[in-house]
Write a protein that binds this ligand. Structure first.
Ligand code: NAD
Length: 497
Protein backbone atom coordinates (compact mmCIF):
# COMPACT_ATOMS: atom_id res chain seq x y z
CA UNK A 1 0.00 0.00 0.00
CA UNK A 2 1.36 3.42 -0.88
CA UNK A 3 1.64 5.93 1.94
CA UNK A 4 -1.01 8.17 0.43
CA UNK A 5 -3.63 5.41 0.26
CA UNK A 6 -3.64 4.69 3.99
CA UNK A 7 -6.86 4.80 6.03
CA UNK A 8 -6.92 8.07 7.94
CA UNK A 9 -9.17 9.07 10.81
CA UNK A 10 -8.76 12.37 12.56
CA UNK A 11 -10.31 11.59 15.94
CA UNK A 12 -8.37 9.64 18.56
CA UNK A 13 -9.82 6.19 18.98
CA UNK A 14 -9.51 5.29 22.59
CA UNK A 15 -10.39 6.65 26.03
CA UNK A 16 -10.48 10.43 26.33
CA UNK A 17 -7.96 12.14 24.10
CA UNK A 18 -5.38 9.38 24.17
CA UNK A 19 -4.01 8.73 20.68
CA UNK A 20 -3.71 5.02 19.98
CA UNK A 21 -3.13 4.81 16.23
CA UNK A 22 0.12 4.42 14.33
CA UNK A 23 1.81 7.54 12.93
CA UNK A 24 2.83 7.10 9.31
CA UNK A 25 3.50 9.82 6.73
CA UNK A 26 2.30 12.50 9.16
CA UNK A 27 -1.09 10.86 9.65
CA UNK A 28 -2.52 8.83 12.49
CA UNK A 29 -3.74 5.60 10.94
CA UNK A 30 -5.14 2.30 12.11
CA UNK A 31 -2.98 -0.74 11.58
CA UNK A 32 -3.79 -2.68 8.42
CA UNK A 33 -5.05 -5.71 10.31
CA UNK A 34 -6.82 -3.53 12.91
CA UNK A 35 -5.36 -5.57 15.76
CA UNK A 36 -4.95 -3.87 19.15
CA UNK A 37 -3.24 -4.57 22.48
CA UNK A 38 -4.04 -3.23 25.93
CA UNK A 39 -1.91 -1.06 28.20
CA UNK A 40 -2.52 -1.29 31.95
CA UNK A 41 -1.85 1.11 34.82
CA UNK A 42 0.63 -0.57 37.21
CA UNK A 43 -0.74 1.44 40.13
CA UNK A 44 -4.28 0.02 40.01
CA UNK A 45 -4.00 -2.65 37.28
CA UNK A 46 -6.78 -0.94 35.29
CA UNK A 47 -6.76 -0.65 31.52
CA UNK A 48 -5.43 2.68 30.22
CA UNK A 49 -5.93 2.20 26.47
CA UNK A 50 -6.21 -0.25 23.59
CA UNK A 51 -3.48 0.56 21.14
CA UNK A 52 -3.18 -0.37 17.48
CA UNK A 53 -0.49 -2.97 16.96
CA UNK A 54 1.88 -2.70 14.01
CA UNK A 55 2.51 -5.92 12.11
CA UNK A 56 5.17 -6.44 9.42
CA UNK A 57 2.91 -4.97 6.71
CA UNK A 58 2.66 -1.77 8.78
CA UNK A 59 6.45 -1.73 9.09
CA UNK A 60 6.58 -1.91 5.29
CA UNK A 61 4.31 1.07 4.77
CA UNK A 62 6.17 3.15 7.38
CA UNK A 63 9.44 2.28 5.62
CA UNK A 64 7.89 3.20 2.26
CA UNK A 65 6.81 6.58 3.66
CA UNK A 66 10.29 7.17 5.10
CA UNK A 67 11.86 6.19 1.80
CA UNK A 68 9.63 8.57 -0.17
CA UNK A 69 10.49 11.44 2.19
CA UNK A 70 14.22 10.85 2.03
CA UNK A 71 15.43 12.77 -1.07
CA UNK A 72 13.79 16.09 -0.21
CA UNK A 73 14.74 15.86 3.46
CA UNK A 74 18.35 15.08 2.64
CA UNK A 75 18.56 17.85 0.01
CA UNK A 76 17.08 20.44 2.36
CA UNK A 77 20.36 20.86 4.25
CA UNK A 78 21.02 20.67 7.94
CA UNK A 79 20.51 24.33 8.73
CA UNK A 80 17.00 24.32 7.28
CA UNK A 81 16.25 21.10 9.16
CA UNK A 82 17.27 22.69 12.45
CA UNK A 83 14.32 25.13 12.29
CA UNK A 84 11.95 22.19 12.81
CA UNK A 85 13.97 21.10 15.84
CA UNK A 86 13.66 24.46 17.59
CA UNK A 87 9.90 24.44 17.06
CA UNK A 88 9.61 20.85 18.28
CA UNK A 89 11.70 21.62 21.38
CA UNK A 90 9.28 24.39 22.38
CA UNK A 91 6.25 22.19 21.77
CA UNK A 92 7.79 19.33 23.74
CA UNK A 93 8.49 21.51 26.74
CA UNK A 94 4.92 22.76 26.71
CA UNK A 95 3.59 19.18 26.56
CA UNK A 96 5.25 18.25 29.88
CA UNK A 97 2.04 17.84 31.93
CA UNK A 98 0.35 15.70 29.26
CA UNK A 99 3.40 13.45 28.93
CA UNK A 100 3.87 13.18 32.70
CA UNK A 101 0.26 12.09 33.12
CA UNK A 102 0.47 9.47 30.38
CA UNK A 103 3.74 8.04 31.67
CA UNK A 104 2.37 7.90 35.20
CA UNK A 105 -0.59 5.94 33.84
CA UNK A 106 1.27 3.54 31.59
CA UNK A 107 4.52 2.99 33.53
CA UNK A 108 3.82 4.22 37.07
CA UNK A 109 6.41 6.97 36.91
CA UNK A 110 5.89 9.64 39.57
CA UNK A 111 4.33 12.53 37.64
CA UNK A 112 5.79 15.26 39.87
CA UNK A 113 9.31 13.96 39.12
CA UNK A 114 8.79 13.81 35.34
CA UNK A 115 11.53 15.55 33.36
CA UNK A 116 11.89 13.74 30.02
CA UNK A 117 10.32 16.66 28.15
CA UNK A 118 12.94 19.09 29.49
CA UNK A 119 15.84 16.77 28.79
CA UNK A 120 14.42 15.93 25.37
CA UNK A 121 13.99 19.61 24.45
CA UNK A 122 17.56 20.30 25.53
CA UNK A 123 18.72 17.43 23.32
CA UNK A 124 16.79 18.73 20.31
CA UNK A 125 18.34 22.19 20.71
CA UNK A 126 21.80 20.64 20.94
CA UNK A 127 21.30 18.83 17.63
CA UNK A 128 19.75 21.90 16.01
CA UNK A 129 22.97 23.74 16.90
CA UNK A 130 25.14 20.90 15.65
CA UNK A 131 23.49 21.25 12.24
CA UNK A 132 26.14 23.91 11.55
CA UNK A 133 28.88 21.47 12.37
CA UNK A 134 28.19 18.44 10.18
CA UNK A 135 31.40 18.14 8.26
CA UNK A 136 34.06 15.72 7.09
CA UNK A 137 37.77 16.22 6.36
CA UNK A 138 40.11 17.26 3.55
CA UNK A 139 43.67 16.20 2.72
CA UNK A 140 46.49 17.57 0.57
CA UNK A 141 48.82 14.67 1.48
CA UNK A 142 48.73 13.08 -1.99
CA UNK A 143 50.65 15.09 -4.63
CA UNK A 144 48.40 16.42 -7.39
CA UNK A 145 45.25 15.76 -5.39
CA UNK A 146 42.79 17.42 -3.10
CA UNK A 147 41.05 14.56 -1.34
CA UNK A 148 38.10 14.72 0.97
CA UNK A 149 35.83 12.75 3.22
CA UNK A 150 32.18 13.69 3.34
CA UNK A 151 29.63 12.31 5.77
CA UNK A 152 26.23 11.32 4.42
CA UNK A 153 23.06 9.86 5.89
CA UNK A 154 22.37 6.11 5.76
CA UNK A 155 18.87 6.64 4.38
CA UNK A 156 15.87 5.01 6.03
CA UNK A 157 16.78 4.24 9.64
CA UNK A 158 15.02 2.57 12.54
CA UNK A 159 14.89 3.26 16.26
CA UNK A 160 13.72 0.58 18.69
CA UNK A 161 13.30 1.90 22.21
CA UNK A 162 12.58 0.63 25.74
CA UNK A 163 9.63 1.44 27.95
CA UNK A 164 11.41 3.24 30.78
CA UNK A 165 12.45 6.45 28.98
CA UNK A 166 10.12 6.43 25.97
CA UNK A 167 10.55 10.09 25.00
CA UNK A 168 14.22 10.51 25.76
CA UNK A 169 15.22 7.30 24.01
CA UNK A 170 13.40 8.39 20.84
CA UNK A 171 14.91 11.87 20.89
CA UNK A 172 18.41 10.53 21.48
CA UNK A 173 17.99 8.65 18.15
CA UNK A 174 15.94 11.11 16.12
CA UNK A 175 18.16 14.03 17.22
CA UNK A 176 21.30 12.93 15.35
CA UNK A 177 19.45 10.80 12.76
CA UNK A 178 17.16 13.43 11.25
CA UNK A 179 19.48 16.41 11.54
CA UNK A 180 22.01 14.54 9.40
CA UNK A 181 19.44 13.80 6.69
CA UNK A 182 18.14 10.31 7.50
CA UNK A 183 14.45 9.53 7.84
CA UNK A 184 13.21 7.39 10.69
CA UNK A 185 10.78 4.66 11.69
CA UNK A 186 10.45 4.36 15.47
CA UNK A 187 9.07 1.34 17.27
CA UNK A 188 8.04 2.22 20.81
CA UNK A 189 7.79 -0.34 23.58
CA UNK A 190 4.59 -2.34 23.94
CA UNK A 191 4.66 -1.35 27.63
CA UNK A 192 4.67 2.42 27.03
CA UNK A 193 3.43 3.28 23.53
CA UNK A 194 1.41 6.40 24.37
CA UNK A 195 3.94 9.20 24.79
CA UNK A 196 5.77 8.49 21.52
CA UNK A 197 2.42 9.11 19.81
CA UNK A 198 2.18 12.51 21.53
CA UNK A 199 5.68 13.24 20.24
CA UNK A 200 4.46 12.24 16.78
CA UNK A 201 1.61 14.76 17.02
CA UNK A 202 4.10 17.45 18.03
CA UNK A 203 6.38 16.54 15.13
CA UNK A 204 3.48 17.19 12.79
CA UNK A 205 2.62 20.44 14.57
CA UNK A 206 6.25 21.55 14.25
CA UNK A 207 5.85 21.21 10.48
CA UNK A 208 8.19 18.29 9.73
CA UNK A 209 7.45 17.03 6.20
CA UNK A 210 5.40 13.81 5.89
CA UNK A 211 7.31 10.54 6.17
CA UNK A 212 10.40 11.94 7.86
CA UNK A 213 9.40 10.63 11.28
CA UNK A 214 7.07 7.65 11.76
CA UNK A 215 5.98 5.88 14.93
CA UNK A 216 4.81 2.28 15.23
CA UNK A 217 3.39 0.79 18.41
CA UNK A 218 3.84 -2.93 18.73
CA UNK A 219 5.73 -5.87 20.11
CA UNK A 220 9.36 -6.90 19.73
CA UNK A 221 8.07 -9.80 17.77
CA UNK A 222 6.75 -9.31 15.11
CA UNK A 223 7.19 -5.52 14.59
CA UNK A 224 10.67 -5.03 16.06
CA UNK A 225 11.94 -8.21 14.46
CA UNK A 226 10.52 -7.12 11.08
CA UNK A 227 12.47 -3.88 11.37
CA UNK A 228 15.67 -5.66 12.41
CA UNK A 229 15.55 -7.83 9.30
CA UNK A 230 14.06 -5.23 6.93
CA UNK A 231 16.04 -4.97 3.67
CA UNK A 232 15.33 -1.24 3.22
CA UNK A 233 16.32 -0.12 6.73
CA UNK A 234 20.04 0.70 6.62
CA UNK A 235 20.68 1.43 10.25
CA UNK A 236 19.00 0.76 13.60
CA UNK A 237 19.64 2.55 16.85
CA UNK A 238 18.52 0.34 19.71
CA UNK A 239 18.09 1.01 23.42
CA UNK A 240 16.99 -1.88 25.62
CA UNK A 241 18.21 -5.10 27.16
CA UNK A 242 21.38 -6.93 26.15
CA UNK A 243 19.25 -9.95 25.27
CA UNK A 244 17.26 -8.02 22.65
CA UNK A 245 20.38 -6.20 21.45
CA UNK A 246 21.91 -9.55 20.54
CA UNK A 247 18.76 -10.58 18.62
CA UNK A 248 18.77 -7.36 16.62
CA UNK A 249 22.43 -7.75 15.67
CA UNK A 250 21.74 -11.33 14.65
CA UNK A 251 18.78 -10.28 12.48
CA UNK A 252 20.86 -7.51 10.91
CA UNK A 253 23.64 -9.98 10.11
CA UNK A 254 21.16 -12.36 8.51
CA UNK A 255 19.46 -9.68 6.38
CA UNK A 256 21.21 -6.67 4.84
CA UNK A 257 24.02 -6.18 7.40
CA UNK A 258 22.42 -2.93 8.45
CA UNK A 259 24.43 -0.94 10.98
CA UNK A 260 23.22 -1.49 14.53
CA UNK A 261 24.16 0.67 17.50
CA UNK A 262 23.27 -0.57 20.96
CA UNK A 263 22.60 1.16 24.30
CA UNK A 264 22.00 -1.64 26.79
CA UNK A 265 21.67 -2.42 30.46
CA UNK A 266 23.93 -1.94 33.45
CA UNK A 267 24.89 -3.17 36.92
CA UNK A 268 26.54 0.00 38.07
CA UNK A 269 29.02 0.04 40.98
CA UNK A 270 29.15 2.94 43.44
CA UNK A 271 32.32 2.98 45.55
CA UNK A 272 32.40 4.98 48.78
CA UNK A 273 35.82 5.56 50.36
CA UNK A 274 36.37 6.31 54.04
CA UNK A 275 37.03 10.02 53.34
CA UNK A 276 33.80 10.53 51.34
CA UNK A 277 31.42 13.37 52.15
CA UNK A 278 28.69 11.18 53.64
CA UNK A 279 26.17 14.04 53.74
CA UNK A 280 26.31 14.00 49.93
CA UNK A 281 27.02 10.31 49.30
CA UNK A 282 24.18 8.77 51.33
CA UNK A 283 21.27 10.66 49.73
CA UNK A 284 22.91 10.19 46.33
CA UNK A 285 23.14 6.41 46.82
CA UNK A 286 19.51 6.30 47.96
CA UNK A 287 18.19 8.45 45.12
CA UNK A 288 20.10 6.45 42.53
CA UNK A 289 18.40 3.17 43.39
CA UNK A 290 14.98 4.69 44.16
CA UNK A 291 14.67 6.82 41.06
CA UNK A 292 11.89 5.37 38.86
CA UNK A 293 11.69 2.46 41.34
CA UNK A 294 15.13 1.29 40.24
CA UNK A 295 14.06 0.94 36.60
CA UNK A 296 16.95 2.93 35.19
CA UNK A 297 19.85 1.59 33.14
CA UNK A 298 22.35 3.65 35.17
CA UNK A 299 20.92 2.90 38.64
CA UNK A 300 23.81 2.40 41.06
CA UNK A 301 22.71 -1.07 42.12
CA UNK A 302 26.02 -2.34 43.55
CA UNK A 303 27.26 -0.31 46.48
CA UNK A 304 30.78 -0.80 47.89
CA UNK A 305 31.39 0.98 51.20
CA UNK A 306 34.74 1.04 52.99
CA UNK A 307 34.45 -1.20 56.06
CA UNK A 308 35.58 1.55 58.44
CA UNK A 309 32.40 3.58 57.72
CA UNK A 310 30.03 0.75 56.75
CA UNK A 311 28.10 0.77 60.07
CA UNK A 312 27.21 4.44 60.06
CA UNK A 313 26.63 4.42 56.29
CA UNK A 314 24.20 1.52 56.54
CA UNK A 315 22.22 3.08 59.36
CA UNK A 316 21.83 6.45 57.64
CA UNK A 317 21.22 4.92 54.22
CA UNK A 318 18.29 2.91 55.53
CA UNK A 319 16.83 5.97 57.25
CA UNK A 320 17.19 7.94 54.01
CA UNK A 321 15.70 5.21 51.82
CA UNK A 322 12.67 5.00 54.11
CA UNK A 323 12.19 8.77 54.15
CA UNK A 324 12.66 9.19 50.40
CA UNK A 325 10.25 6.40 49.50
CA UNK A 326 7.46 7.28 51.96
CA UNK A 327 4.24 7.65 50.01
CA UNK A 328 1.41 9.76 51.46
CA UNK A 329 -0.94 7.82 53.74
CA UNK A 330 -3.93 8.43 51.47
CA UNK A 331 -2.45 6.43 48.62
CA UNK A 332 0.30 5.71 46.18
CA UNK A 333 -1.10 7.05 42.92
CA UNK A 334 1.91 8.21 40.85
CA UNK A 335 -0.27 11.14 39.77
CA UNK A 336 -0.48 12.42 43.35
CA UNK A 337 1.85 15.41 43.93
CA UNK A 338 2.97 13.83 47.23
CA UNK A 339 3.79 10.39 45.80
CA UNK A 340 7.46 9.44 46.24
CA UNK A 341 7.83 5.77 45.35
CA UNK A 342 6.24 4.29 42.22
CA UNK A 343 5.39 0.75 41.18
CA UNK A 344 7.28 -1.51 38.79
CA UNK A 345 6.04 -0.87 35.27
CA UNK A 346 4.00 -4.04 34.83
CA UNK A 347 3.26 -7.48 36.17
CA UNK A 348 6.21 -9.07 34.38
CA UNK A 349 8.68 -6.52 35.83
CA UNK A 350 7.13 -6.90 39.27
CA UNK A 351 7.35 -10.68 39.25
CA UNK A 352 10.89 -10.56 37.92
CA UNK A 353 12.08 -8.29 40.74
CA UNK A 354 10.39 -10.48 43.37
CA UNK A 355 12.10 -13.50 41.82
CA UNK A 356 15.47 -11.80 42.27
CA UNK A 357 14.65 -11.00 45.90
CA UNK A 358 13.94 -14.72 46.40
CA UNK A 359 17.36 -15.46 44.87
CA UNK A 360 18.91 -13.02 47.35
CA UNK A 361 17.97 -15.43 50.10
CA UNK A 362 20.18 -18.07 48.51
CA UNK A 363 23.04 -15.67 47.83
CA UNK A 364 24.37 -15.70 51.39
CA UNK A 365 23.40 -12.04 51.75
CA UNK A 366 21.22 -10.61 54.49
CA UNK A 367 18.12 -8.59 53.60
CA UNK A 368 18.51 -5.55 55.83
CA UNK A 369 15.63 -3.54 54.36
CA UNK A 370 12.43 -4.38 52.50
CA UNK A 371 12.22 -7.58 50.53
CA UNK A 372 8.48 -7.72 49.90
CA UNK A 373 5.67 -6.37 47.77
CA UNK A 374 4.48 -3.12 49.28
CA UNK A 375 0.75 -2.89 48.60
CA UNK A 376 -2.20 -5.20 48.08
CA UNK A 377 -3.04 -3.68 44.72
CA UNK A 378 -0.56 -2.54 42.10
CA UNK A 379 3.02 -3.52 41.44
CA UNK A 380 4.83 -1.77 44.29
CA UNK A 381 7.96 -3.31 45.82
CA UNK A 382 9.62 -2.13 49.03
CA UNK A 383 13.05 -0.54 48.64
CA UNK A 384 15.27 -3.52 49.37
CA UNK A 385 18.88 -3.70 50.56
CA UNK A 386 20.86 -6.93 50.61
CA UNK A 387 24.06 -6.86 52.62
CA UNK A 388 27.12 -8.74 51.35
CA UNK A 389 25.54 -11.12 48.82
CA UNK A 390 28.00 -13.56 47.28
CA UNK A 391 30.00 -11.76 44.59
CA UNK A 392 29.18 -14.45 42.03
CA UNK A 393 25.48 -14.75 42.87
CA UNK A 394 22.90 -13.80 40.26
CA UNK A 395 21.71 -10.77 42.22
CA UNK A 396 25.29 -9.44 42.23
CA UNK A 397 25.80 -10.08 38.53
CA UNK A 398 22.47 -9.51 36.75
CA UNK A 399 20.49 -6.35 36.10
CA UNK A 400 17.45 -6.51 38.40
CA UNK A 401 15.74 -3.29 37.23
CA UNK A 402 13.99 -2.69 40.54
CA UNK A 403 14.59 -0.91 43.87
CA UNK A 404 17.05 -3.57 45.00
CA UNK A 405 20.52 -2.58 46.21
CA UNK A 406 23.47 -4.89 46.88
CA UNK A 407 25.37 -3.38 49.85
CA UNK A 408 28.97 -4.64 49.92
CA UNK A 409 31.91 -3.66 52.10
CA UNK A 410 35.60 -3.53 51.15
CA UNK A 411 39.02 -3.06 52.70
CA UNK A 412 41.29 -1.63 49.98
CA UNK A 413 41.35 0.00 46.59
CA UNK A 414 42.73 -2.90 44.52
CA UNK A 415 40.22 -5.31 45.97
CA UNK A 416 37.23 -3.04 45.32
CA UNK A 417 38.31 -2.20 41.78
CA UNK A 418 38.59 -5.87 40.95
CA UNK A 419 35.09 -6.52 42.26
CA UNK A 420 33.58 -3.37 40.75
CA UNK A 421 34.92 -4.26 37.30
CA UNK A 422 34.08 -7.95 37.50
CA UNK A 423 30.85 -7.65 35.50
CA UNK A 424 29.83 -8.03 31.89
CA UNK A 425 28.26 -4.57 32.07
CA UNK A 426 30.08 -1.24 31.80
CA UNK A 427 27.62 1.64 31.66
CA UNK A 428 28.09 3.86 34.74
CA UNK A 429 30.53 3.57 37.65
CA UNK A 430 30.82 6.10 40.46
CA UNK A 431 33.19 6.94 43.28
CA UNK A 432 32.94 9.20 46.33
CA UNK A 433 36.22 10.43 47.83
CA UNK A 434 37.81 13.78 48.70
CA UNK A 435 41.21 12.63 47.43
CA UNK A 436 41.48 14.03 43.89
CA UNK A 437 44.37 11.74 42.91
CA UNK A 438 42.47 8.70 44.03
CA UNK A 439 39.31 9.93 42.26
CA UNK A 440 41.13 10.26 38.94
CA UNK A 441 43.01 6.98 39.38
CA UNK A 442 39.72 5.19 40.01
CA UNK A 443 37.97 6.99 37.16
CA UNK A 444 40.66 5.66 34.82
CA UNK A 445 40.47 2.14 36.24
CA UNK A 446 36.69 1.76 35.96
CA UNK A 447 35.70 -0.37 32.95
CA UNK A 448 32.77 1.83 32.12
CA UNK A 449 31.59 4.28 29.47
CA UNK A 450 30.45 6.85 32.04
CA UNK A 451 32.05 7.66 35.39
CA UNK A 452 30.69 9.77 38.25
CA UNK A 453 33.13 11.42 40.67
CA UNK A 454 31.30 12.59 43.79
CA UNK A 455 28.08 12.24 41.82
CA UNK A 456 26.02 9.36 40.47
CA UNK A 457 22.78 8.76 38.61
CA UNK A 458 20.45 10.48 37.97
CA UNK A 459 23.18 12.46 36.21
CA UNK A 460 23.50 16.17 35.56
CA UNK A 461 21.28 16.34 32.51
CA UNK A 462 24.18 17.32 30.27
CA UNK A 463 23.39 16.68 26.61
CA UNK A 464 26.76 17.68 25.15
CA UNK A 465 28.55 14.69 26.71
CA UNK A 466 28.47 11.21 25.12
CA UNK A 467 26.25 8.60 26.77
CA UNK A 468 27.68 5.20 25.90
CA UNK A 469 28.48 1.84 27.40
CA UNK A 470 31.50 -0.43 27.46
CA UNK A 471 31.45 -4.22 27.25
CA UNK A 472 27.92 -5.68 27.16
CA UNK A 473 26.37 -2.29 27.95
CA UNK A 474 26.52 -1.44 24.27
CA UNK A 475 28.51 -0.04 21.41
CA UNK A 476 26.55 3.07 20.50
CA UNK A 477 26.66 6.73 21.45
CA UNK A 478 23.68 8.81 22.47
CA UNK A 479 23.89 12.59 22.75
CA UNK A 480 26.88 14.88 22.02
CA UNK A 481 28.50 15.62 18.69
CA UNK A 482 29.96 12.09 18.75
CA UNK A 483 26.51 10.63 18.08
CA UNK A 484 26.43 12.26 14.63
CA UNK A 485 29.18 9.89 13.55
CA UNK A 486 27.05 6.80 14.13
CA UNK A 487 24.12 8.16 12.12
CA UNK A 488 26.23 9.08 9.07
CA UNK A 489 28.54 7.12 6.81
CA UNK A 490 31.83 8.24 5.33
CA UNK A 491 32.53 8.69 1.65
CA UNK A 492 36.08 9.30 0.45
CA UNK A 493 36.43 11.39 -2.71
CA UNK A 494 39.74 11.62 -4.60
CA UNK A 495 40.12 14.70 -6.82
CA UNK A 496 43.01 14.99 -9.26
CA UNK A 497 44.05 18.57 -9.93
P1 NAD B 1 13.71 -4.89 25.96
O1 NAD B 1 15.02 -5.30 25.39
O2 NAD B 1 12.83 -5.94 26.51
O3 NAD B 1 12.84 -4.12 24.86
C1 NAD B 1 13.34 -2.97 24.20
C2 NAD B 1 12.64 -2.82 22.87
O4 NAD B 1 13.02 -3.91 22.03
C3 NAD B 1 11.13 -2.83 22.96
O5 NAD B 1 10.62 -1.87 22.07
C4 NAD B 1 10.79 -4.24 22.50
O6 NAD B 1 9.51 -4.36 21.94
C5 NAD B 1 11.86 -4.47 21.45
N1 NAD B 1 12.12 -5.87 21.13
C6 NAD B 1 11.96 -6.97 21.90
N2 NAD B 1 12.31 -8.08 21.23
C7 NAD B 1 12.71 -7.69 20.01
C8 NAD B 1 13.19 -8.38 18.85
N3 NAD B 1 13.32 -9.69 18.82
N4 NAD B 1 13.53 -7.64 17.76
C9 NAD B 1 13.41 -6.29 17.77
N5 NAD B 1 12.94 -5.59 18.84
C10 NAD B 1 12.60 -6.28 19.94
O7 NAD B 1 14.03 -3.78 27.08
P2 NAD B 1 13.01 -3.02 28.04
O8 NAD B 1 12.53 -3.95 29.10
O9 NAD B 1 12.01 -2.29 27.23
O10 NAD B 1 13.97 -1.92 28.67
C11 NAD B 1 14.77 -2.16 29.77
C12 NAD B 1 16.20 -2.39 29.34
O11 NAD B 1 16.68 -1.26 28.61
C13 NAD B 1 17.14 -2.51 30.53
O12 NAD B 1 18.09 -3.50 30.27
C14 NAD B 1 17.78 -1.13 30.61
O13 NAD B 1 19.00 -1.11 31.28
C15 NAD B 1 17.91 -0.81 29.15
N6 NAD B 1 18.07 0.64 28.93
C16 NAD B 1 19.28 1.10 28.51
C17 NAD B 1 19.47 2.46 28.34
C18 NAD B 1 20.80 3.00 27.86
O14 NAD B 1 20.83 4.15 27.41
N7 NAD B 1 21.87 2.25 27.93
C19 NAD B 1 18.42 3.35 28.58
C20 NAD B 1 17.20 2.84 29.00
C21 NAD B 1 17.03 1.48 29.17
Amino acid sequence: MSPTAMPVREEARSTGKIETRLFINNEFVESIAGKTFDVFNPYNEEKVASVYEALPEDVDRAVDAAEAALPAWDEMGATARSAYYYRLADLLEAAGPELAELEAKETGKIASQYSEHMFGAKGLRLFAGLAQDLNGATSLATPGHVNMVIRQPYGVCGAIVPWNVPIMAVIFKMGPALISGNTLVVKSSEKSPLTALVLARLVKEAGFPPGVFNVLSGFGNPAGAAMASHMKIRKIGFTGSARTGRLIKEAAAKSNLKRVSLELGGKSPLVIFEDADLEAAIPAAALSILSMAGQVCIASSRLYVHSSIAGVFQEKLIETLKAMSANPPEGTDPLSPEARHGPQADKAQFENVLKYIELAKESGGEIILGGKKQTEKGYFIEPTVIRNPDHNSRISKEEIFGPVLCFNTFEDEDEVMKRANDTEYGLLASVYTKDISRALRIAKRFESGIVGVNTTSPMTGAVDMPFSGWKASGDGVDLSKASLDIWTQMKTIYIKI
